[in-house]
Design a protein around this ligand. Structure first.
Ligand SMILES: C[S@@+](CC[C@H](N)C(=O)[O-])C[C@H]1O[C@@H](n2cnc3c(N)ncnc32)[C@H](O)[C@@H]1O
Ligand code: SF4
Length: 446
């Protein structure tokens, strides 16, 4: 395994979309985007998911790659809530079909959504939920920073129908926490987990990261065992993606302090084995869940889905993103909002849907997107007759190393191949094959 990690440690996308964002080229006009939404929301049984981005964080964690704005000024809450509500009303005007479609999933991400007070969360969410049909099996989820979360916020969200919560943990080791500027004693994570359970949240997720400065096999095993004490229903175990825009002066570690290559992958492997040993099920790539959790059940039934927010058990044709930098998707296009906050505000002020960029999928994109999705969620995909020869050639090293197999016209990921899922997906990435990036735009695959 040791050599395999070195061999396959190459840059590769995480494929939360295909084409991947650096390869988007033909942005739809705002009219085209709204017309496409109308098409997908007009049938009687239309459904959609909503993502709302709250960019603010009080302090900067120096590993963070999210789109965030660091501030302690809570006067920023109201103008932001008002802008997102204006954006929502622009959609209601331009895509009236939204009112009759079922809202199946609502996810609040960031930044830190709990930067907003309980009252402001209500002010934001109540009008949105009132203007649509909320599905019977509605899933409301939020990412919280346990250091900035109160029981009042959890209660307000629960009253609005939220039933899933994701806690940013990253690592329980105090020295690792110091180096990433995120001191978060175990007791805080424990308290929020318990409060969420008492309030009736069905599912608690922890985000962990491997590859952080000074993480060792022993320290990550301690993090896993503390995690197991709290038994989250789901766990995301992300590979640290290096974010070069955070200047070394702002952080307490140097790039050389970060475990890389085989050392980094060993951190994943020891954490993975400990989680599997404790009874968790591995979900697609870098996710784990308890066996009775919805993700595990839908993976078992072959119904797992993946979108910009990661793995999910509910599939809707439309994911609409509100707020600065949010990404939306339909079967035909991607659409991203303005990424810079003042520009986002200006566009909303002018009553414009804040289109920044996007991509209209070609027929080839749609085929490749479908195959990548199948492979990422099922570990198995049918190849077209015309793809077989090239696939055997492209993936011959992975086949020789026992990471994938060909069975008739199916490409199958083996148990041993699990950590190399992204490497195998490169075969389907026609755009990357045609044009290799000149600088590194993707993190390493393993
Ligand atoms: C928006 S944050 C979570 C909510 C909240 N802001 C918090 O930090 O608790 C989403 C997650 O992305 C992950 N993340 C952020 N930057 C990352 C990076 N550079 N590499 C890998 N994962 C990262 C972290 O695990 C983090 O919990
Ligand atoms: S990890 Fe969360 S709290 Fe930390 S800077 Fe990123 S978004 Fe903000």
């Amino acid at each position: 395994m040791k050599n395999l990690f070195q061999k396959y440690d190459v840059p590769a996308p995480r494929y939360t979309s295909y084409p991947t964002v650096p390869y988007w080229e033909n942005t739809p006009s705002t009219d085209q985007w709204c017309t496409n939404l109308r098409t997908h929301l007009s049938s009687n049984d239309a459904s959609f998911s909503l993502y709302i981005h709250i960019p603010y964080c009080e302090t900067l964690c120096t590993f963070c790659g999210c789109n965030n704005v660091i501030t302690k000024d809570h006067k920023k809450e109201v103008p932001y809530v008002e802008s997102v509500l204006k954006e929502w009303s622009l959609y209601l005007q331009n895509v009236p079909e939204i009112r009759n479609a079922e809202l199946k999933l609502l996810h609040l991400g960031g930044g830190t959504p709990t930067f907003l007070s309980a009252d402001h969360l209500k002010q934001l969410l109540e009008p949105i939920l009132k203007s649509v049909k909320v599905a019977k099996n509605f899933e409301g989820s939020i990412e919280v920073d346990p250091r900035r979360t109160t029981a009042l916020q959890l209660q307000a969200l629960r009253e609005l129908g939220f039933n899933r919560i994701s806690l940013g943990v990253q690592d329980f080791d105090p020295e690792v926490q110091r180096l990433i500027n995120r001191l978060q004693p175990f007791e805080i994570t424990e308290r929020i987990t318990e409060e969420a359970r008492q309030l009736g949240y069905q599912s608690v997720n922890f985000d962990l990261i491997y590859g952080l400065a000074r993480q060792t096999k022993d320290s990550i095993l301690t993090t896993v065992s503390k995690t197991l004490e709290l038994q989250p229903d789901r766990i995301a175990l992300y590979s640290l993606a290096l974010v070069p825009w955070i200047k070394p002066a702002q952080r307490l570690f140097k790039d050389e302090d970060l475990p890389a290559g085989e050392e980094k992958r060993t951190l994943y492997e020891v954490a993975r084995f400990a989680l599997l040993d404790a009874g968790y099920v591995e979900i697609g790539m870098d996710h784990f869940a308890l066996p009775q959790e919805a993700l595990s059940l839908s993976q078992k039934k072959g119904e797992l889905h993946r979108n910009f927010m990661g793995y999910t058990d509910q599939k809707t044709p439309v994911l609409l993103g509100l707020g600065v930098s949010s990404i939306s998707e339909t079967p035909d296009m991607f659409h991203q909002n303005e990424k810079v906050l003042p520009t986002y505000f200006q566009q909303i002020e002018k009553e414009k849907i804040p289109t920044f960029r996007g991509h209209v999928l070609t027929d080839e994109d749609k085929r490749q997107r479908q195959q990548i999705l199948e492979f990422m969620t099922k570990g198995k995909v049918k190849l077209a007759e015309s793809q077989l020869k090239e696939a055997r050639e492209f993936l011959k090293e992975m086949e020789k190393d026992g990471l994938i197999q060909f069975q008739e016209s199916f490409l199958i990921l083996t148990e041993k191949g699990h950590p190399f899922l992204r490497n195998a997906c490169l075969f389907f990435d026609e755009r990357l094959k045609r044009k290799q990036p000149t600088t590194q735009v993707f993190s390493k695959a393993v």
